[in-house]
Design a protein around this ligand. Sequence first.
Ligand SMILES: CC(C)(COP(=O)(O)OP(=O)(O)OC[C@H]1O[C@@H](n2cnc3c(N)ncnc32)[C@H](O)[C@@H]1OP(=O)(O)O)[C@@H](O)C(=O)NCCC(=O)NCCSC(=O)/C=C/c1ccc(O)cc1
Ligand SMILES: O=C(O)CCC(=O)C(=O)O
Ligand SMILES: [Fe+2]
Length: 353
Amino acid sequence: MAPAISADSQNVTDFVVKKGNGIKGLAESGLQSVPKQYIQPLEEQMDMQNIVTHEFIPVIDMSKGDDLKLICDAAEKWGFFQVINHGVPIEVLENVKVATNSFFGLPAEEKLKYTKENSVTNNVRYGTSFVPEAETSLEWKDYLSLFYTSEKEASAFWPKECKEQALEYMKRSELLITRILEALMKGLNVTNIDAPTSTMLMGSKRINLNYYPKCPNPELTVGVGRHSDISTITVLLQDDIGGLYVRGIDGKGWIHVPPITGSLVINVGDALQIISNGRYKSIEHRVAANGSTNRISVPIFVNPRPKDSIGPLPELLEMGEKPIYKQVLYSDYAKHFFNKAHDGKKTIDFANI
Ligand SMILES: CC(C)(COP(=O)(O)OP(=O)(O)OC[C@H]1O[C@@H](n2cnc3c(N)ncnc32)[C@H](O)[C@@H]1OP(=O)(O)O)[C@@H](O)C(=O)NCCC(=O)NCCSC(=O)/C=C/c1ccc(O)cc1
Ligand SMILES: O=C(O)CCC(=O)C(=O)O
Ligand SMILES: [Fe+2]
């Protein structure tokens, strides 16, 4: 197919960002090479020499009864693990993947209704890259981001192509989320999770549907740049394509997170690193672009509420730990994150004492 647009920079940004076509629209226009605003600086391009092949992210079987220690160890050492036999039905996971493809399959003029400029609510947002206004190089990714406030609000405002499936995935993963967070608290000797602690750990949720179209020069760009999540934990559903890489434990190299059918990837976010006073670590990760096929992923970010103040748990300080993070209002922390391009682990400096 002939390219629908000329390669000049302004035209590309207009077509992708402003007109709602997304990078999916551009990729499907028959383009032969990535436009220059998608070329990452050399040091951010994926260097395959830097892939660690002798270390693996733990895979934890949640049906065996020995998961508590394994979860705490993995969260401390790796900040990332996969869970299997986790209780979220496979059909629920399959349905949300189908729904993701349905949403991104909509014509641009339909998706345009959900952009930051047009969306009738701040809680539903369709976009591309992370923060195009703040980034020097763009990411090869489109997303729909849904902040959950209530079933009623979701019913009224979430796109019908994915509303039910996304809600079902969130609902059916609640038990898993509670189990993991309870295990992590036990690992800190916090056995009584009172109401304020519970809200700080899981008072709000955001679900993102991510779409990474096939890319003509995957080595020059990225799907998502290096970042850590700002959640307490993230539950990530990925399809069978692969491309998610996690920083190795010595801070060097990148470890692939291989797709395992039916599994979910769990990672620690900055909020839990802060709450646990540095015991559990949020780990840098990134997504490579793919030269042969489209990829989707669906993270559920489990968070404090925007209005919560977060800081090291009082129980830890009572046990004699010195706080390494100060109290911060979570919405201030989130705004700090959402107002800059991805910059690895730097977001957490915002909470340093
Ligand atoms: C501060 C929030 C995010 C928005 O508050 P608001 O009062 O509605 O304020 P704004 O709508 O003005 O948004 C503040 C800024 O954040 C931006 N933003 C508002 N949601 C978004 C949005 N989903 N996307 C990317 N910019 C946004 C938004 O564009 C805006 O930028 P700017 O207009 O330039 O000031 C508020 O909803 C809040 O505190 N939410 C709870 C916290 C929350 O959502 N946590 C999410 C955890 S998400 C996570 O861990 C990782 C996410 C992630 C996502 C993509 C990645 O590539 C990698 C990771
Ligand atoms: O697509 C993935 O595998 C991970 C995406 C991610 O890191 C995010 O959305 O925060
Ligand atoms: Fe992430």
